[in-house]
Design a protein around this ligand. Sequence first.
Ligand SMILES: [Ca+2]
Ligand SMILES: [Ca+2]
Length: 112
Amino acid sequence: MNWNEAQDHCAVLGGQLATIKSLHEQMFVYELLNQADIGDIRVWIGASDIMAENTFVWIDGTTFSETFTYWSPGQPNNYNNQDCVDLFKVNGKWEWNDETCTYEIFSLCEFI
Ligand SMILES: [Ca+2]
Ligand SMILES: [Ca+2]
């Protein structure tokens, strides 16, 4: 599903796309995704720079400048105007990448 569909999908389930605001949360997600054993598929998380290029914002309104980040080296690169953030597996870690929002991948929901 694309990023907008991923948001709707999580909302229907009673949650929201995951936000990751600390190394602790990043490690939790890392364990979860490795246990899920989904291979190299990418997953959407709840952040984008749709509103203002290169100002990444979590879906709760928190900006990346206020919080922890875990970008993959060389990201975000805005390649072909990428505005939505996904996780992809690099060197066994799930690092952040800006991705084309219409890309069809999995969604990572959280339930508070
Ligand atoms: Ca962008
Ligand atoms: Ca990118």
